[in-house]
Design a protein around this ligand. Structure first.
Ligand SMILES: [Zn+2]
Length: 185
């Protein structure tokens, strides 16, 4: 069991684009095992590889995890984890606003407007190409994680004035935890 440190707030790795996974090698298998351990211990719903410092297009969803409202993701079919490499949204429909959290932004919950239904394509752990249709909270989780792989975080989905407010709040958290100096204030 190997739990990796989650990159947080202003870590530059959260804001960089990631590279495609060409093949499921032993190295990639280790990465996925670590992502499973890390998401479980942190009780996350979704995790992108760059959140643990690996700039590759890999995401994992814990289908047994619940959000703050206690909603559970549908469609687990006995598999607890859904792993997807190079995920891409190929169709989207409708709009919805759901409150989101992020393991890279502990304590911050934001209502984000996203598509209500998406069709995602990607490669699974066995190297097989999949099409997945998702709606509701599952659709939001996919969009949130795929954003991570593009170097985007959920704050970037807010209007500019709201983004300012959230970043000021984060600055206060970072000062309090000595992650940035008082003199930078
Ligand atoms: Zn996130």
């Amino acid at each position: 069991m190997s739990i990796r440190e989650i990159k947080k707030f202003n870590d530059f790795l959260l804001y960089q684009k990631t590279k495609p996974v060409e093949k499921v090698t032993a190295e990639i298998e280790t990465l996925i095992r670590d992502m499973k351990d890390t998401i479980m211990v942190n009780k996350g719903i979704g995790l992108a590889a760059n959140q643990i410092g690996v700039p590759l297009k890999a995401i994992i969803l814990d289908l047994e995890s619940r959000n703050r409202e206690g909603d559970i993701l549908p469609g687990s079919k006995g598999n607890r984890f859904l792993v997807l490499f190079n995920p891409k949204i190929i169709t989207r429909r409708g709009k919805q606003i759901i409150e989101e959290g992020c393991l890279s932004f502990p304590g911050i919950y934001l209502k984000i407007r996203r598509s209500r239904w998406v069709k995602v394509t990607g490669m699974n752990e066995k190297g097989k190409l999949l099409d997945i249709e998702a709606e509701g909270i599952l659709a939001t989780v996919f969009q949130h994680e795929i954003d991570h792989l593009e170097g985007k975080v959920f704050i970037d989905r807010l209007p500019l004035w709201k983004r300012w407010k959230i970043w000021r709040q984060i600055r206060r958290i970072l000062i309090k935890t000595d992650k940035i100096q008082d003199s930078d204030r």
